[in-house]
Design a binder for this molecule. Structure first.
Ligand code: NIG
Ligand code: FE
Length: 401
């Protein structure tokens, strides 16, 4: 089915910089693919289409790619938010058995229907703000059975919503209580689960939390070695609370991305640049944990490391479902430009997932785009708390905004 979408002001993001603006733009989609993108005056003569949509002069960008979320969980951590306000730190709470472990307990206790319903609700909330591709991590199951269950929920969201979902196994997220004092034995177990989860088709990438309250670089390396054997790409929660040299380790495995990065060193920046890893910035977690150390953004720019932006939605450190609020925080807190923020959640977000077929409005790419009721793309970052998405097209099909 061939469709013409006309009367659009296109922000294509084609090329390495700039908005790629086409003031009087049109798009032609053929099934799930962009077949033609350009100035309406240059539309191929004699073009025959099955359907035509007038976008009413709306500004159109690529669909958003949220490349880092922890959407599968049950329960809430609002009580811990109160405890932090009363003076306890995120790390103290985690060490006392709260934090990720409290979400693991709630997730294990939830029945399948509840776990799926909560995850789907959150995915659709992200979609309503313009997300068309979403990464979902496991990491609140932490047993063979429960990690598989969380990854199956992620896969089901991909099947039953218009979103493209990439599933990442984050079994090395925290030490479950049954392995207390036996972190190496837990890593042995994770290494044994990965081939099984992969054989079931549940994993697109492997992630780990390398930090003081997560796993050591040596333990992370063992997980990555199994991923490499399976041909799976890796990503890393790196240098969030401290500098562990995680970025350098991830670079040895040609990681798709390193994420958080507040404590990233210059050596880490250089390693990421050499490896071609994407720096995924997560201003929601920075803000919500009241972090004061900024990621080394100028050093990342200077080294030419691509910068992506994501919600990091999770119940502990970033309970937001607003990608556009992340645009605003990326600009106000991290001093990204609005163009860097938009590229961060489109073309560079796609790259952080290893997806080369989306992120820009270019012929041959996937037909994922959003029509917004704004005059200029910088308004996406400027108007925080506003919801200007008016039409969302995923894989050539219009979905509810
Ligand atoms: O990305 N850093 C580790 N993982 C999550 C937080 C998990 C949690 O607190 O539940 C993050 O910030
Ligand atoms: Fe995260």
């Amino acid at each position: 089915m061939k469709t013409l979408w006309h009367h659009a002001r296109l922000v294509t993001l084609a090329g390495a910089s700039g908005w790629g603006w086409i003031e009087h733009g049109a798009l032609v989609t053929e099934g799930p693919t962009l077949q033609w993108v350009g100035d309406a005056a240059a539309l191929p003569t004699g073009l025959k289409v099955d359907a035509e949509h007038d976008l009413g002069g709306a500004l159109v960008t690529p669909g958003l790619v949220d490349c880092h979320t922890h959407l599968v969980y049950a329960g809430s951590r609002a009580r811990e938010f109160e405890m932090r306000l009363q003076g306890q730190s995120y790390e103290d709470i985690a060490r006392a058995g709260g934090g990720i472990r409290s979400t693991v307990a709630a997730t294990r206790a939830a029945d399948d229907a509840t776990l799926y319903a909560g995850t789907r609700r959150r995915a659709l909330a992200l979609q309503a703000e313009g997300v068309t591709t979403l990464e979902i991590k496991s990491g609140y199951g932490l047993s063979a059975e429960h990690e598989a269950r969380c990854l199956r929920v992620a896969r089901r969201v991909g099947r039953e919503t218009p979103l493209t979902v990439r599933a990442t196994c984050l079994a090395a997220h925290a030490l479950p209580p049954e392995f207390e004092g036996r972190a190496d034995a837990y890593i042995d177990a994770v290494c044994a689960w990965l081939p099984v989860l992969h054989a079931e088709g549940l994993i697109d990438a492997v992630d780990a939390f390398c930090d003081r309250i997560g796993f050591t670089p040596a333990q992370t390396r063992r997980v990555f070695e199994v991923a490499r054997t399976l041909g799976l790409p890796v990503k890393l929660h790196a240098e969030q609370l401290s500098d562990q040299g995680g970025a350098q380790l991830a670079a040895e495995f040609a990681a798709l991305s390193c994420d958080h990065l507040e404590h990233l060193s210059e050596a880490g920046v250089q390693a990421m640049a050499q490896a071609g890893s994407v720096a995924v910035l997560l201003p929601g977690a920075y803000y919500f944990l009241r972090e004061t150390k900024l990621p080394p953004i100028d050093a990342l720019r200077t080294a030419g490391v691509p910068i992506a932006l994501a919600t990091d939605h999770n119940p502990g450190s970033s309970p937001t479902l607003s990608p556009l609020l992340m645009f605003n925080m990326a600009c106000t807190l991290f001093r990204l430009t609005p163009e860097e923020a938009l590229r961060g959640m489109t073309v560079n977000g796609a790259r952080a997932l290893g997806l080369a077929d989306r992120g820009a409005l270019v012929a041959g790419q996937r037909a994922d785009f959003v029509a917004w009721s704004i005059d200029h793309p910088s308004e996406l970052a400027y108007g925080f708390g506003q919801r200007p998405a008016v039409r969302i097209v995923a894989g050539g099909r219009e979905t509810a905004a």
